[in-house]
Ligand binder design. Structure first.
Ligand SMILES: *[C@@H]1O[C@H](CO)[C@@H](O)[C@H](O)[C@H]1NC(C)=O
Length: 343
C-alpha cells in the first residue's frame, strides 16, 4: 500500500517536471520564431503582481533601413540604463530582407551595453497598430514606446520613469501636442499650444502596460473601427492611444522636461540639440506645406475618433515636470540654441 502511494507520487512528480520542461522549451521557441499566441487571449495577460515595478520595457519601432545605424545607437543607449529590463525592436517594414535583419540583430546584441535583453521582432504587417500589441515577453508594469529617430539622455529617461511611477495611469511624454476646436470650420483640429497640451507623441511615451490591452483588445466595435481608421490613414496611432488613456483617466498626459534630446526626424534639428519647447516656437514660425498637410491629416484623425467615440476624451494639461538638478541654460551660438556648457 505504502509502496503504491510512493510510486504514484514519484510518477506524478516526473510528469510534473516533464510538463514544466515542455512549457519552458515552448516559451523559448515561441519567442525565437515570434509566433505569439493570440495577444488578446486573457490567459496570456501577465498577472499584475508578477510584473516588475522597478524596470521598464522599451518598444522601439523600426522601419527605415537607412536609419539602422541610428537605431543601433539608440538601442545601445537604452541598454545602458539599469532601469531597462528589455528592449523590443519592432521591425515594421515587411520588405526588409531576412539577411539584413539577421545582421541587424547581431549588431544590436553586440553593441548592447547593459543587462537588458534585446529582441528583434519582425512585424507581420506594416500596420501602425502593431506597435501596441501586448506581448507575453513584456514583464514590466511600465512600457516605453518610442521611435527610431529620437535619442534622449539617460538621466531624463530615468527621471521620466520616476515621474511615471507617481502618475502610473497617465501617459508620460516629452513631446506635447494639442487638440483644439476650430471656430471657423467648427471642427476639431490638431495643433501646438505654447502653454497647454493634451497629446504626447510616441517619439517618447511611457505608460502602463495595461494600455496595450486597452488599445488592442478592448473597447469592442468602437475601438475596432478606430484602429481601422489608423490603418486607413497610415497615421495617428499615437493620437488614438492618447484617446484611450484620457478616456480612462479623464485627465491629460504628463509632460516631462528632458535635458538633452536629439530628434533626427525633425529637419530643423540637423545635428543640433535643443530643449523641448524651444523647438515648438521655431516650428510655429515657418510651417512648411508638408507640415501643414501633416497637421491637417492629424486633425482629420481627431475628428474621426471623436465621431466614433461619440465624445471628446482629450483633456488639457499645463506645465511640465522638470528635474531641477538638470536644468541648464540655453545659449545662442551662431544663431543656434545650444546648452551653455557646450559653447
Ligand atoms: C552591422 O554592422 C556592420 C559592421 O559595423 C555594418 O557593416 C553593417 O552595415 C551593419 N548591418 C546592419 C544591418 O546593422
Amino acid at each position: 500500500m505504502e509502496v503504491d502511494v510512493l510510486r504514484f507520487t514519484r510518477n506524478g512528480f516526473g510528469i510534473w517536471v516533464l510538463f514544466i520542461w515542455i512549457s519552458v522549451i515552448g516559451s523559448v521557441f515561441s519567442r525565437t520564431i515570434s509566433m505569439d499566441p493570440d495577444p488578446c487571449d486573457s490567459n496570456t495577460e501577465m498577472e499584475f503582481y508578477k510584473l516588475k515595478q522597478d524596470q521598464i520595457t522599451v518598444l522601439i519601432n523600426g522601419y527605415s533601413e537607412s536609419r539602422i545605424p541610428l537605431l543601433q545607437s539608440i538601442v545601445a543607449s537604452y541598454s545602458a540604463s539599469p532601469i531597462v529590463s528589455s528592449i523590443l525592436v519592432l521591425w515594421g517594414n515587411p520588405s526588409t530582407q531576412a539577411q539584413v535583419l539577421d545582421q541587424l540583430f547581431h549588431n544590436l546584441t553586440q553593441h548592447s551595453l547593459g543587462t537588458a535583453s534585446i529582441s528583434l521582432i519582425q512585424q507581420p504587417s506594416s500596420s501602425l497598430n502593431a506597435r501596441f500589441i501586448p506581448r507575453p515577453s513584456i514583464d514590466t508594469r511600465a512600457v516605453l514606446i518610442c521611435d527610431d529617430d529620437v535619442e534622449i539622455d539617460r538621466r531624463s529617461l530615468e527621471f521620466a520613469f520616476k515621474v511615471w511611477k507617481s502618475n502610473a495611469d497617465s501617459l508620460v511624454g516629452v513631446f506635447p501636442r494639442s487638440h483644439d476646436f476650430d471656430l471657423t470650420s467648427k471642427g476639431w483640429m490638431y495643433t501646438v499650444h505654447p502653454d497647454k497640451y493634451s497629446i504626447v507623441l510616441t517619439k517618447f511615451m511611457m505608460m502602463k502596460q495595461d494600455y496595450l490591452f486597452e488599445y488592442s483588445c478592448r473597447g469592442g466595435r468602437k475601438m475596432e473601427e478606430m484602429r481601422k481608421i489608423v490603418d486607413e490613414m497610415g497615421n495617428c496611432e499615437d493620437i488614438l492611444m492618447n484617446f484611450v488613456a484620457a478616456d480612462e483617466t479623464r485627465a491629460g498626459p504628463v509632460m516631462v522636461g528632458a535635458e538633452r534630446v536629439r530628434d533626427w526626424g525633425d529637419p530643423r534639428n540637423e545635428g543640433g540639440e535643443y530643449r523641448d519647447g524651444e523647438e515648438e516656437r521655431v516650428r510655429e514660425v515657418g510651417l512648411s506645406s508638408r507640415r501643414r498637410e501633416h497637421r491637417k491629416r492629424r486633425g482629420r484623425c481627431i475628428r474621426e475618433f471623436h465621431r466614433v467615440m461619440g465624445r471628446m476624451p482629450l483633456r488639457y494639461s499645463y506645465g511640465k515636470v522638470v528635474n531641477s538638478v538638470g536644468e541648464q541654460g540655453l545659449c545662442n551660438k551662431a544663431g543656434k540654441l545650444v546648452f551653455c556648457d557646450q559653447r
